[in-house]
Design a protein around this ligand. Sequence first.
Ligand code: PLP
Length: 394
Amino acid sequence: MARIASRIAELTGEGALAVFTRAKELERAGRSIIHLELGEPDFHPAAPVVKAVQEAVATGRDRYVSTRGIPPLREAIAEYLRRTRRVKAATENVIVAPGCKMALAMAMMALIEPGDEVLYPDPGFPIYPSFTRGLGARAVPFGLVEKNAFQPDLDEIRKKITPRTTTLIFNSPNNPTGTVFSGEALREIAELAKKHDLWVVADEIYARILFGGEYESIWRLPGMAERTVIIDGFSKSFAMTGWRLGYAVAPKHVIDAMDLVVLNTFTCTAEFTQVAAIEALNDSTRAVPAMVGEYRRRRDLFVQGLNCVPGFRCQTPGGAFYAWVNIEDTGLAAEEMQKLLLEEVGVAGIAGAAFGANGKNYLRFSLVSAASLLQEALERIRHVSVKWSAAVAR
Ligand code: PLP
């Protein structure tokens, strides 16, 4: 039989979808499920954004457009990054893609050669190592562990850099830990990148979902604008997951390389979504700060509640919308806990190994359900915790 290309065997999926499928099955069988497994906001785009897309379709903004994205959106993205992150990038540094994942894939295709070594966070977004391997490169994890408050250990990174290392990928705030990389960590990563001539791919998709302080982008550090690719988009910050809209910000010659990937694959991102995205960036109804305020309330309620469950331990995340819970003291494996919570009390979370080996004793819950549902989830977890509380007391 004709074969499938070997690179496909290097790719892996995302754990959340398997749990989601089972949760839906239980729901169809009449069970009440609280969905905390997917990283999908329960908000929808603000009304002016919805109106803008309707108008764009009605007025025929449905043509092939520039491979890099429509110029007004690219300009608006450059302005937005200056305004919200003090990132000084020009329009020529911006390329639009159908989703952050596609922007990430294009950047990785443009930068990574077979045989390269690519550093990535563990736990982290599972696509980083998967797509690295798919490109014939070696994925090398660096740990984000609890004893370091999930901050990267720069000595570990230093030791893992070899003459073959070309790229370091990180995500701040990080999915799944919610860690906002400290200024010191960013400075040290930047120094290493300059010393070893590395590309840095900074996945800033959660940059707006920050619970304190101002976002620090590695792009702004001296000498970094020429070796950084920022990945961001509309899925999380503007609750537009299904719109498939993301972008990358990079040196012009990297954008040119990524542009050729666009030309050879999807040609362009849909015009009408791009027109409406400008409205999202303007955020005339201040929907983003309101949404972030709600995530903060949910975080406070849920993290505090989880820390009262016997054997559960959860640090307060600085950003994103996840709770990353250590369940080691319960004596149960994370996969067993995932199953118990879903099958017995209908609370869907994900066993942490889906995010890398360091996730072994953790569960990730997304804070994408209303506070009342999170409260209910806590009650259900407390109720079932009698099953392991005796083990914790020992
Ligand atoms: N990067 C990170 C860290 C994510 O968590 C996600 C989605 O969960 C993505 C990228 C993908 O974003 P998009 O849905 O815009 O492709």
